[in-house]
Design a binder for this molecule. Sequence first.
Ligand code: GRF
Length: 205
Amino acid sequence: MAVLVSGTGTLLQSMIDSFSAPSSLSTAPEPGSAPAVEIVVVGSDVADCGGLQRASAAGIPTFALPLAPFAERGTPARRAWDTQLADQVESHGVDLVVLAGFMKLFDEPFLDRFEGRIINSHPSLLPSFPGQHAPRDALAYGVKISGASVFAVDGGIDTGKLLAQVAVDVFETDTVETLHERIKVAERAMLVDTVAHLARQRTGP
Ligand code: GRF
């Protein structure tokens, strides 16, 4: 699979830590062990972000493709960026694209190329609190339970078929940072479990 990141990459790190190293893929997995999942490339719209550094440290190929600030969705510049991104990912021959804190929306060139093969993780119980500031918005609303969702990406903002969700408590004393970190602890485990589940579906029980 390919993983796309924009930030610190702790979700990515949990997948690096959980799945088989490339060198172990040729050996038969132990019964009951996690299926062999190989992260073949990590890409980002943010050059030198923490996620890319984590991938490099794990020996995973990386690329960065910054997006010009004026390249709004629907513009030729944005479509060109989408196409370049799709080309980079496709050149690694991936079955699945995992968005792990990737903070850009796709246009048709990328969505069409990987239709049905892109999943995203989001720090709220969708359909509540879509968008870039989910923990802040959940806290401002005053919800007592929040969480994280993994979903199949379509053309909307955090829409798409839900694949998994996990709930976490919200405390009176929470800040955006403490709530987001509590969500991310649960989110990391859920994302790893979801990818493993998808891999099992491909390879049989
Ligand atoms: C996650 O909560 C993800 O859902 C959101 O950004 C966070 C990424 O965290 N979009 P990290 O960069 O993996 O630490």
